[in-house]
Design a protein around this ligand. Sequence first.
Ligand SMILES: Nc1nc2c(c(=O)[nH]1)N[C@H]1C(S)=C(S)[C@@H](COP(=O)(O)O)O[C@H]1N2
Ligand SMILES: [Mo]
Length: 371
Amino acid sequence: MNRRDFALSNAGFLLQAATIKKDLIIRSESPADFETPVQLLDKGWITSNEDHYVRSHLPFPSVQLNNWNLAVEGEVNRSLKLTMPDIRAFNEVTRTVTLECSGNGRAFADPPVPGLQWEKGAVGTARWTGIRLRDVLMKAQVKPAAKHVILNGADLPIRAVPDFVRSIPIEKAMHPDTMLAYRMNGDTIPIYHGFPLRLIVPGWEAAASTKWITNIRVSEAEASGFFMQTAYRIPNRPVAPGTIVDPKDTVPYTALNVKSIFTSPLDGATVPIGSSIQLRGFAWAGEADITRVDVSTDAGRTWSITVLDKDKARYTWRRFRYLWRAPRAGSFVVMSRATDSQGRTQPLAASWNPSGYMYNVSDKIQINVKG
Ligand SMILES: Nc1nc2c(c(=O)[nH]1)N[C@H]1C(S)=C(S)[C@@H](COP(=O)(O)O)O[C@H]1N2
Ligand SMILES: [Mo]
């Protein structure tokens, strides 16, 4: 057996299940919800498999590759049952994609909202390898009535949590960049991230990217059920903080907002007076490109443009850097503000929503300069 076949075997699977994400912040032990501390994101443009955040609503499924398959059914002329060798026979593609959970930043909601209290690190960037969802749908011959593609993973509902079933519109499903991935950063996709196969919907909030995928149903209608009709929806107009919003007055959250975070220095850091400090972090904008990032070292009174690193790809974050000479003793409020190719700019104040989704207020850290 070569290394790759081993990794795809059940023994390889068991080894993977033992991978420990020891440096992440545990928001929930089971199901596994782990946040990446910003100092780990700071390590580079690509987030390693060990460092990438994890969001799961349900316990991991136990997948046996020898009887695993992917079913494609519904509004198609030819229903399919694909094995892993069938999947690998399609053209292979690799894309670098920034995934962000829609609840990233929920901890900053005021008034607070229920849900996992993610701060800044439910976001990461990885290189995903697999096949185009489009190629699979073409093989199944989608009928003209098809409007949505409903995706289900092998994770099963438990008493308190319904099955994780979601859908994406047919246009996004047929987009050449939407993929079914079996490798993450060159390795077999870890169980945490959807082994043996997951959807990657580039530019969209990451709940669209179904893990452990086993069933694709082409449909005239959106998925029914909690995770499509209640969760991951935002009010269709701005609401006052604390408002209870009826699901019928909401729309699904799809493409990510424009956003930036500092990854260095850390909030509350102390630096010597006169020293040169590199302020740096990442900015991303879903389906749009980052065009500039500005920083302020005086609580937003004045702004300076930062330098963006050359590393970039469609749907990925850009790293920004700015060299700051700590001018005098005192405590400084340092802020970042990203702008994108759709002309969107980060707000300076939050628009509250009941689930704490899409938080994208200008990031802010405090830096203490010691004389
Ligand atoms: N089958 C399944 N897919 C899923 C989920 C899940 O609970 N079950 N969680 C979603 C959510 S909310 C997010 S943010 C991403 C997280 O992907 P990651 O754990 O690889 O970072 O997976 C998505 N795909
Ligand atoms: Mo999420």
